[in-house]
Design a protein around this ligand. Sequence first.
Ligand code: NAD
Length: 300
Amino acid sequence: MTIIAFIGLGNMGGGMAANLVKAGHDVRAFDLSDDALAVAAAAGCTRAASAAEAVRGADAVVTMLPAGSHVAAVYKHDVFPAANPDTLLLDCSTIDVGTARSVAGAAGTAGFPMVDAPVSGGIAAAAAGTLTFMVGGSPGAFARAEPILSAMGKAVIHAGDAGAGQAAKICNNMLLGATMAATCETLALAQKLGLDPQTFYDIASVSSGQSWSLTSYCPLPGVGPDSPADRGYAGGFAAALMLKDLKLAAEAARSADAATPMGGLAKELYQILVSAGEGARDFSAIIEMLNGRPAGRKHD
Ligand code: NAD
């Protein structure tokens, strides 16, 4: 049995830690929120009084925290001082590439193998154990991390050295944000040109305009497979989290001197949506903003 310290048991971490327990690991949980800790304890985790207490004596440490500042602080103040030599460190949070690389560098200097392992898939996938992990780190660290991550996901892919997991994650989500925005404005235009939404869907889904945003996550209610659009854009992937990822992509593009005008425009569109108080809705709700009215209503 592996002893795993799990820090950050929120929407995502709670389900992930529960899956580690189901896989037979001894999971020692810490979160600043008592409510999150109570849910983790009900799922079979052992409550720790502090992050350092969770980490002490563990074979591996998993973190699932909001942003880079939390990750840098937790590793510096709680994990590095308390962990046994050679403890495997896995950060599954979505953070900026620069912080991921600097925390991994500090881990290496302190003698800890570390991977950045952000996820694709939302709260439902975290609970079901069907996340996709994109992993950055040395081949040796990846080999040790792979069985732990497999207990929480359906796919674990080695993307390259430290920071490569975060780079893959923000590139994927920039592509998704830009594709969703383009899909939404196209569906709005199709309707305004008098095309029946289902008919246009049937055509585009077998033509060169096809994309995951259209055929797996159609932003129009009643068209395509079941998606958040069919539930008033509740649940799914929050627009505020898409905006977070698009900001990380813009920051990475600046530091790499890369031109990303489509990603930049998607970021501005999601900023308008979030500023309008719609950040908690699924990111496909941007169709209502681009359409100028609730999606799925007949144009008159
Ligand atoms: P969340 O806010 O629900 O959970 C984060 C948890 O971290 C909270 O319970 C908070 O109390 C805890 N926390 C913060 N600082 C801490 C500290 N210093 N010590 C211990 N605990 C601390 O967020 P989430 O939705 O679970 O997302 C976590 C990460 O996963 C984020 O980086 C997010 O971008 C990423 N992500 C989220 C989704 C999603 O659909 N929610 C999907 C993919 C990736």
